[in-house]
Design a protein around this ligand. Sequence first.
Ligand code: SAH
Ligand code: SF4
Ligand code: F3S
Length: 446
Amino acid sequence: MTKTLYLKTYGCQMNAYDSARMADVLASRGYTATAAAEDADLVLLNTCHIREKAAEKVYSELGRMRALAPARRRRGRDTRIAVAGCVAQAEGEEMRRRAPFVDLVVGPQSYDRLGELLDGLDAGPTVATEFPAVPKFDRLPAPFRSGPSAYLTVQEGCDKFCTFCVVPYTRGAEASRPVAQVVDEAARLAQLGARELTLLGQNVNAYHGALPDGGRESLAGLLSRLSQLPGIERLRYTTSHPLDMDAELAAAHRELPKLMPFLHLPAQSGSDRVLAAMNRRHTADDYRRVVGTVREARPDIAISGDFIVGFPGETDADFRDTLRLVEDIGYASAYSFRYSPRPGTPAAELPTVATEVAVARLAELQALLEGQAGTFNRAMIGRTAAVLLERRGRRNGQLTGRSPWMQAVHVDAPDSLLGELVPVAFAAATANSLSGRVARVPADAA
Ligand code: SAH
Ligand code: SF4
Ligand code: F3S
């Protein structure tokens, strides 16, 4: 019997990947997607715990979902409500106390058992948040659909324990998938139509996957193997930690033509005092040096980052150090956030910076970053570069894709070019995107 699934995803790319894999598990059990929660047999929220706002969104969404099951029961149908992801992992039983109508709470390491867990619900609600001995990746089915650009999780968890961050608690210890498993999945995605792969991990450049001979492969080595796969034309990876950004990976940016010139490298702060309090284990100058090494290997590389302002104890001088780092690096794009105390993390015990101070600092930092993004994008006007057209744009007759430097690009183009890599001449730019026209239609799509 076919059943319907309403799946909503919050948070990072790893959650997007996990949602796709959960949808695969559920499709093999007869579930098809619906956009209407009121008609769904299964409502599945894949949640994020990274900042307070992210976690609270889940409870307000659940508040809206509360009436669903009783309403459908009146129509003679059952609705199950399941919560997955990092809030599920962090709260476990507590989530069932706050939202007793939730049938299943399932943590990120148990998605391979999703089918069995749903079957078990006839016997009552379930909380599955243990960290199992057998990695879920050994048991998840192979993907069976893909867009032109696909995510592939190669590493999960984190052992760095930055003092502000929940990830080591919600995703567990750092673990890398074996090389053969990654290559098989990549080949499968290529067969399904993927032309670009983004390798994912909370600390993706700490990747050290097992080889069949008992050795270990680095991320640079893995990228080199994947760049030999037929059909794969572009490779990316995210998110990297500055400490694990080694010379081999920098060199890969020179040596692998398929490795795109983009690096997301969170800095968090430009103050050594704050970096130490965050337990980042590097200084601002270390970060400058790492970026320098990567730029030497690939001078046109676009650098992106993450910043936290208003970390406990951050003074105005510390914040000026952050602005100075941003000016020194020159970011192509960046995310910046106001510090959000997370229960259970060491920094949550520390006295916080006044809200209005943190708000003002964030606005100042964002204005600087936005200016840099605008400058970076405007420098592309008049140039032509390959764009992978991934999806329809907002306007009719428009397609949207990414430049090699990860910029969103909008072009007027027919649907027949969906999934194609086409040269685009850039004509206009904002801080968020480029637009242009197709310079030449590739022979295989003409
Ligand atoms: N593994 C990545 C980041 C994962 S979380 C890294 O090491 O950088 C994504 C981003 O969310 C972080 O880079 C950080 O900027 C932000 N973030 C994490 N915890 C936060 C918190 N408690 N408050 C505000 N921002 C936070
Ligand atoms: Fe969180 Fe730090 Fe690990 Fe990144 S490196 S996931 S910020 S603990
Ligand atoms: Fe959020 Fe978990 Fe990703 S907390 S950012 S969904 S790893």
